[in-house]
Write a protein of this length. Structure first.
Length: 189
């Protein structure tokens, strides 16, 4: 495996994190601060870098255990997050219009999302035993590319949130539901 393949893997691995970031920006637009916004690129980048490293070191011992259910686990987490957004939207509708309820957004939610989006990276790490260079360079490349792409998604998501207003939350829930369906279908391929 050469550096070009690692770059392509990094881009592929970061797509789900980008979609989650856009969903977060549209769904939690009322409770996002600049500090909270930067949790996404940092957490997603760190987890996308750490998980392949863990996969590399535990190798084939753990691969047989996780390979059978990684997509189901990701699908379940995405589905639960999607349902949570819909429930929050429905609760918000019950709130008084003048006292707009802000949805809670914080590090716990982002870490759960980062774990869900990096489970594939754990399995990819097992395949990195064929690297022609250091595993530490490979995971750094993955982490940096994820950070950059999620940062771009962050700005794109904020724009979408402003454009679509109240419908943006439903779009965020829809993105997570689509990711859940994608992961579930990939489990059978």
């Amino acid at each position: 495996m050469d550096i070009f393949e690692v770059i392509m893997i990094a881009i592929a691995l970061s797509i789900d994190a980008c979609a989650i970031t856009i969903a977060n920006c549209t769904t939690y637009k009322n409770s996002l601060t600049q500090k909270k916004e930067w949790l996404m690129p940092i957490c997603f980048g760190v987890f996308q870098g750490i998980m392949p490293l863990i996969g590399f070191f535990i190798g084939s011992l753990f691969l047989s255990f996780i390979s059978g259910f990684t997509k189901f686990l990701s699908a379940g987490i995405f589905l639960l997050l999607s349902i949570k957004i819909v429930v929050d939207i429905l609760k918000e509708d019950e709130c008084n219009i003048e006292t707009k309820c802000a949805k809670p957004f914080g590090i716990t939610l982002v870490i759960i999302q980062a774990i869900a989006t990096s489970i594939d990276a754990l399995a990819i790490g097992v395949t990195m035993v064929e690297l022609t260079f250091s595993i530490f360079i490979a995971v750094t490349v993955i982490a940096v590319i994820t950070f950059i792409l999620v940062t771009l998604a962050l700005f794109f998501g904020k724009t979408l949130g402003k454009l679509f207003g109240a419908y943006a939350e439903w779009i965020g829930a829809g993105i997570l539901f689509i990711l859940a369906l994608k992961s579930f279908m990939e489990a059978f391929i």
